[in-house]
Every structure is written in C-alpha cells, then in structure tokens.
Design a protein around this ligand. Sequence first.
Ligand SMILES: *[C@@H]1O[C@H](CO)[C@@H](O)[C@H](O)[C@H]1NC(C)=O
Ligand SMILES: *[C@@H]1O[C@H](CO)[C@@H](O)[C@H](O)[C@H]1NC(C)=O
Ligand SMILES: *[C@@H]1O[C@H](CO)[C@@H](O)[C@H](O)[C@H]1NC(C)=O
Ligand SMILES: *[C@@H]1O[C@H](CO)[C@@H](O)[C@H](O)[C@H]1NC(C)=O
Ligand SMILES: *[C@@H]1O[C@H](CO)[C@@H](O)[C@H](O)[C@H]1NC(C)=O
Ligand SMILES: *[C@@H]1O[C@H](CO)[C@@H](O)[C@H](O)[C@H]1NC(C)=O
Ligand SMILES: *[C@@H]1O[C@H](CO)[C@@H](O)[C@H](O)[C@H]1NC(C)=O
Ligand SMILES: *[C@@H]1O[C@H](CO)[C@@H](O)[C@H](O)[C@H]1NC(C)=O
Ligand SMILES: *[C@@H]1O[C@H](CO)[C@@H](O)[C@H](O)[C@H]1NC(C)=O
Ligand SMILES: *[C@@H]1O[C@H](CO)[C@@H](O)[C@H](O)[C@H]1NC(C)=O
Ligand SMILES: *[C@@H]1O[C@H](CO)[C@@H](O)[C@H](O)[C@H]1NC(C)=O
Ligand SMILES: *[C@@H]1O[C@H](CO)[C@@H](O)[C@H](O)[C@H]1NC(C)=O
Length: 535
Amino acid sequence: MARVWVLALCVSTVIADTTTTIPDYFQTSFGPYAGGYETGRVPFLAQTNPALSAQPTYVPNGPLVTDIPVPDKPEGASIFSHMGNLSPYRPNADGFGVDEYALPYGSNITQIHMVHRHGSRYPTSKPGVVDRINGFIENGTVFTGNLSFLNSWTYQLGENELTVRGRQELFDSGILHYYNYGQLYNPGSNLIARTTTMVRMLQSAESFLYGFFGSKWTQNVTLEAIIDSTGFNNSMGGDQMCTNAGNGRGQTSGSATDQWKSIYLQDATLRFQNQSSGRSANWTVDDLNDVQSLCAYETSAFGYSPFCLLFTWDEWLGFEYTLDIQFYGNNGFASPVGRAIGLGFVEELIARLIQHLPDPPDDSIAFNTTLDDNNSTFPLNQTIYFDFSHDTEIFSMMTALGLSKFGKYLSPTELATNRSLVVSNITPFGGYFLFEVIKAPYPVLDQRPRNSSDSPYDTSGNSTSYVHMIMNQRTIPLGESIPDCGARDDGWCELQTFINFQQQNVDKANYNASCFGDYSTPGYGNITDGAIPNS
Ligand SMILES: *[C@@H]1O[C@H](CO)[C@@H](O)[C@H](O)[C@H]1NC(C)=O
Ligand SMILES: *[C@@H]1O[C@H](CO)[C@@H](O)[C@H](O)[C@H]1NC(C)=O
Ligand SMILES: *[C@@H]1O[C@H](CO)[C@@H](O)[C@H](O)[C@H]1NC(C)=O
Ligand SMILES: *[C@@H]1O[C@H](CO)[C@@H](O)[C@H](O)[C@H]1NC(C)=O
Ligand SMILES: *[C@@H]1O[C@H](CO)[C@@H](O)[C@H](O)[C@H]1NC(C)=O
Ligand SMILES: *[C@@H]1O[C@H](CO)[C@@H](O)[C@H](O)[C@H]1NC(C)=O
Ligand SMILES: *[C@@H]1O[C@H](CO)[C@@H](O)[C@H](O)[C@H]1NC(C)=O
Ligand SMILES: *[C@@H]1O[C@H](CO)[C@@H](O)[C@H](O)[C@H]1NC(C)=O
Ligand SMILES: *[C@@H]1O[C@H](CO)[C@@H](O)[C@H](O)[C@H]1NC(C)=O
Ligand SMILES: *[C@@H]1O[C@H](CO)[C@@H](O)[C@H](O)[C@H]1NC(C)=O
Ligand SMILES: *[C@@H]1O[C@H](CO)[C@@H](O)[C@H](O)[C@H]1NC(C)=O
Ligand SMILES: *[C@@H]1O[C@H](CO)[C@@H](O)[C@H](O)[C@H]1NC(C)=O
C-alpha cells in the first residue's frame, strides 16, 4: 500500500510540474534559485542538556539553553542578547531612546508596511575554524581544560535552512502581528506578500503567514518569490543587482574588524593556546571569532552548545561590537553601497504611500521593473504589506531610509559604549521593522500630556496623518534622524514630511556611481553618508 501511495505522489508531482501555468514568481516550491541547503543533526536536548544552572528553567516554549554562566556576566544578562545578527529574536530591552505611547483615542491605524528578516538558520557556509580544529587534532594537539570536549567534537550543522527555532520565531511573530493588526485585514481580499526564492526566505514567510492567518493561509495571501541570485534585480536582495556590493568593493569594514578582533580576543587566544597541549595549536583571533559563532549556531540547532562556555562576558560584548563595525562598514553609512543596497525598498515604500507605481530616475532603478510595473505583483490597494528579506539588506534599508541615528562612527580600537548601532537590537534572527500609518482627527501634540485626562490633540488643527516606525516591538524616534519630523516624544513623523524626506533619499544613494562605478574600496571611516559622494 505504501509503495502505491508513494508512486501516486510522484505522478501528481510530475503532472504539476509539466502542466503548470503559474508564473515563476508565484511558485513557492524550492526552484532553481533556492540556493544550496542542508539539514544538520537532529536535536536530542533531553539527552544533551548539561543542566548548567542549579534551578532548571521551566520557561514556556523557550527550548534553548541560554543561561550560560560565563565569567563576569552581570546578574540577569544573557550572552544571547549580544550575538549581533546571530542573536535569537528578542526586542531591545532598553528601547531606542524614546517612550512608547498608546494610540490616542480617535486615531486609527490605516496601514502597515513591514520588512521581516528570516529566522534563526544554519551557517551559510562551514566556518573556517572547523577545518582548523580538525587540522590541529591531525597534527597531534590534545585539548585540555575547558577545551577538552573538542577532542571528540564533530561538526554537525546543516547549511542555509531555518533551524526549528527559526521556524518558531517567524510563527510567533505572525501570531504577535495578528493580535496587533488583525483587523487591518479584510477577510474577503487576497494580499500579496513578498519574499525571495531562497529556502530560508520561503520557510520564514510561510511560518509567519501560518502564524498570522492559520493553516489555510493560502486562501488569504499569495506569496511572491523574487529571484535572489547574482545579477537579478531584487528590492529584497539589493546586493544581488548592485555590482560593487557583490564584488566586495563597497565593503569597507575588513581592516577595522581585523583590528578590533586582535584587541578583544588577545587574552582568549592565549588562553586557548594554553589549553592545547601535545603539539601546540596556533589559534588565531579569526579562529576564536568563528568559535564564538559556533556557540550561537549550535545552540539554535541543537538547544545547547559547549562552545558558549569558552568566553568571558567582555569577550561576548567584543563579538557583538565586531558585527556592529561590520554592518556599519559594509551596509551602513560607512559603505559606498550602504544606501544603494536598500534603495529599492525606499522606492517601493514611497510608491505604496502615495499609491503610484514606483518611477525613480532611470539611473536609480533598484527593483525588478517587470514585477513592480504590474499591479498583480506590486499592488497598491493593500492595507497590509508583508515583505521578507535578509539582515544585511534590512540594515541597508535603514541606511537608505536615512536613519542617521545608526550612522555614527565606530572606533576599531575602542568599544563605543553608548552607541545606537547595535546589530543585536536591529537585525537579530527573526527581527523586523514596520511603519504604521496613523490617521488622527487633529494634529497630535509633540509632547504628550503628562495628565492622561488632557487631550493629546491640538483641536484647532485639521485631521493629520503620521508614520510610526517600530523595530522589533520598540519605537524608533524618527526625529533623531529626520529633523523635519521634530523632537516628538512619541517618535512619530507627519506623513507628508516623511514622504518628502524619502523622496530626497533616492538621489542621495547615487545609485549608478555607487553600484557600478569603477573605484577602489574606500578606507574605513572615509565614507560617511552611505554612498559615493555626488560630485
Ligand atoms: C599542521 O602541521 C603542518 C606542518 O607543520 C602545518 O603546515 C599546518 O599548518 C598545521 N595545521 C594546522 C591546522 O595548524
Ligand atoms: C482567510 O480567508 C478565508 C476565506 O476567504 C476567510 O474565511 C478567513 O476568515 C480569512 N482569514 C482571516 C484571518 O481573516
Ligand atoms: C486589490 O485589488 C485586487 C483586484 O481588484 C483584488 O483581487 C484584491 O483583493 C485587492 N486587495 C485588497 C487588499 O483589497
Ligand atoms: C524580473 O523578474 C522576473 C519574474 O521573476 C524574471 O523573469 C526576470 O528575470 C527578472 N529580471 C531581472 C532583471 O532580474
Ligand atoms: C596557562 O596555564 C597555566 C597552568 O594551568 C596557568 O598557570 C597560566 O596562567 C595559563 N596562562 C594563560 C595565558 O592562560
Ligand atoms: C600562527 O598563525 C598566524 C596566522 O595564520 C601566522 O601569522 C603565524 O606565523 C603562526 N605562528 C606559528 C608559530 O605558526
Ligand atoms: C574555564 O575553566 C576554568 C576552570 O574550570 C574556569 O574557572 C573558567 O572560568 C572557564 N571559562 C573560561 C572562559 O575560561
Ligand atoms: C534592473 O536594474 C537595472 C539597474 O538599475 C536597470 O537598468 C534595469 O532596467 C532593471 N531591469 C529590470 C527588468 O528591472
Ligand atoms: C490593475 O490595474 C488595472 C488597470 O489599471 C485595473 O483594471 C485593475 O483593477 C488593477 N488591479 C489591481 C490588483 O489593483
Ligand atoms: C477612525 O475610524 C472610525 C471608525 O471607522 C471613524 O469613525 C473615524 O472617523 C476614524 N477617524 C479618523 C481620524 O479617520
Ligand atoms: C484646515 O483645512 C482647511 C481646509 O483645507 C484650511 O483652510 C485650514 O487652513 C486648515 N487649518 C489648519 C490649521 O491647517
Ligand atoms: C581616506 O580619506 C583621506 C582624507 O580624505 C585620504 O587621504 C585617503 O586617501 C582616503 N583613504 C582611502 C583608502 O580612501
């Protein structure tokens, strides 16, 4: 019986493949641009959990062992909040420097525009340290002390796919956003949500939509998959169409991250060398930085990783800062392609806000015109826009949006303690930003009244619309980056002011020169506005 059933399944698959009339962008099976992907070892945490803390943590639906007792860790803190783009999802506990307010009575949220990162995944390639460790062992190194487990360790991670935790992050986010915005969806309508063709991108969008709409989500949404591969135009994967992003010319962080790693990992390197006996192992700072990433990856894949015990609290803060420098120099205001990579989303956001198909100047087209010139693939009549993308791309979207709050110089020799640019808070796995469009009956006061019985409105004015930007559940103060928005204590910006500013951002990306110009990689810190300067 089982055999017959399998056969029938194969036949129907073949028929579906040969007779399909669905255009490529609405096909969400893994196709030719899915990229490589591989599943790793299946977890068995009940058997591998080391029960590190005296009191077990019976936390609902929190499978990962994250209460790692690293030396010098402040009470209540967690290294998993400091792993940059490898952090499992959690909101910024401190917020972004502005208070959160309830929507004033009488105002309505009329639209949301979201860009969501994929969830926790396996590495995109095997970290270099894996072959180094095997080489040390082949050369006769015997590991001692905290490193002893390495004598029998093997690499068992997969590649590129979501881990189960990643699926959970997106599913939970879909549920969170259904609670927050469910009524914006008109049950009779069909939405277009957009992701890319890569496996983790499809898996993430599907988990989110399942969380938001339930298991029959395909009745409510059509998922569009934009080709995510070198040379293709893709607003959710802007590096693929920007030559100087793909070839590395626009990435300025290398010398700076090397410098910083040699500082924050100096002690740890000596410690590792000291715990490698027999024939000594020549651990480098790059090896150790990779080892830190293995803690993040193994925990997400298996629930627990012994690599997490090998570093002090300050070394984790150092790891986090390395990633901040990297994003700043490769996708932020210190990169000549920082704005260009994210420009397509800005052009699309303007189009959606003014309900007019995107039409930037010919030398600044940062999306696929086949898709965006067509209202069946780029509709303008939605109240909910769900897009899915990658960490570096989302960071570049923030740059293209002109969020200069996250654009201040980061020293490669000294950890900048009060910085806003903390990748852990911006693009953790399963992170997102979204814009709420809010229609208020009158202008909302710049400073909300202290007394909750006082009106938050200037009732002498007219109905006014605003945008409220949220990143990982916390408000971004738009006025800190866009002076015309004003120093509002709710972080909002008047809608037309915001649109005007975004329209100016299209030129600031200097798209053609930045992406296709023939220049040598600028020194770290020489670029300050995310683009090759307009001459
Ligand atoms: C192993 O030893 C060889 C010969 O000394 C050396 O060239 C190689 O770099 C060593 N491998 C590692 C990973 O250190
Ligand atoms: C999804 O669409 C179905 C069919 O139109 C509808 O019955 C259902 O209510 C919709 N789901 C939500 C969450 O609105
Ligand atoms: C937008 O318009 C199309 C075509 O009329 C319709 O199928 C779709 O449901 C509409 N979307 C929304 C969100 O109303
Ligand atoms: C634009 O998207 C369409 C539909 O997926 C695809 O066939 C085409 O190759 C894309 N064009 C570019 C330049 O990426
Ligand atoms: C190396 O190990 C020895 C013996 O365990 C210890 O006394 C010494 O402090 C260690 N040195 C470093 C740099 O960790
Ligand atoms: C250790 O590795 C570094 C970087 O690969 C290299 O520069 C150095 O010469 C090596 N030292 C020894 C003792 O092999
Ligand atoms: C390594 O092991 C020693 C001895 O068990 C311990 O005191 C130390 O804190 C451990 N961790 C690190 C990061 O060295
Ligand atoms: C792809 O992007 C390039 C660079 O902006 C643009 O010249 C071209 O018209 C775009 N093609 C499509 C099909 O989007
Ligand atoms: C797309 O545009 C056509 C022509 O302007 C219009 O008839 C149709 O209703 C639109 N569909 C959507 C999905 O908005
Ligand atoms: C908010 O929505 C309610 C209910 O649809 C409506 O009566 C009210 O006029 C709306 N307010 C604004 C400012 O548009
Ligand atoms: C309110 O709108 C009316 C009509 O558009 C306009 O004449 C008036 O100046 C506006 N008032 C304010 C305070 O902007
Ligand atoms: C960085 O800027 C300085 C001063 O403008 C210039 O002298 C230097 O050549 C630049 N370095 C690089 C690598 O662009």
